[in-house]
Ligand binder design. Sequence first.
Ligand code: CDV
Length: 304
Amino acid sequence: MSRKLMVGAAQLGPIERTESRSQAVARMVDLMHQAKARGVQLVVFPELALTTFFPRWYFEDQAEVDAFFERELPGPETQPLFDAARELDIGFYLGYGELAQEDGKTRHFNTSILVDGSGRIVGKYRKVHLPGHAEHEPWRPFQHLEKRYFEPGNQGFGAWQAFGGTMGMALCNDRRWPETYRMLALQGVELMMLGYNTPIHYPPVPEHDHLQGFHNHLCMQAGAYQNGMWVVGVAKAGKEEGCDLLGQSCIIGPTGEIMAMASTMEDELITYECDLDRTREIRENIFNFSLHRRPEVYDLITKA
Ligand code: CDV
């Protein structure tokens, strides 16, 4: 059986605050149709792909925050994504704000799901590394209140058998942490999907603004190579509510090479046929974990 998977990275341009979920979903369904025409089997969408990136605002009223979250998925406005998956026989990864009832409490997570070509949810991931701050910091030109609006993911990093291989998920800031890739690789993940919203201006260290694009690719290319896995990083890009978000969505091979990259700051589909067996070139050689890895001397890494 072929281990080649045609993957689409479906970058989204800005989603304004007034844009409804139905409008965002319609844009994504259109990208799924473009993907079908190009033979794609799996489409990757960005983080928090159904709404504007709301952590840039401080809200006092929790109801205003909750309006950006999904209580059910699929729900009436998101059902068309699942219908398109079934109709086109295309799977997708989607980032969204998850409002869950768990342990008798209302919980908020920054979540992604993996849906197969029959429209069935096969995996769910809750973002582990939440960046930003928890309190209102009026000195900033815009807020980054992920630490206020979300709880850290409580399910760790997973791996799912789907699309003929072992699939993994992560979200945005996770890509900057080597532990993310290694946790997935140790579970045999061959292709990691990751959506992001990355403001180009980083208020605490503006000296690094010009390095945003470099750091984006640096960490994903290193993570791909050092773990011998495909990495599909997908942006919500462009000027959203006055805030410039990084583009450069890309599909990276297990050698660390960028195989395809978006060239606009708008809705754009890029594709690449990912041979999952190419992970072996790395995993059976330079990063053969069982042969060369020395976990007995890495204990500091897991000590708090
Ligand atoms: N959505 C994110 O996680 N954004 C962060 C920014 C705030 C640094 C990122 O790592 O891209």
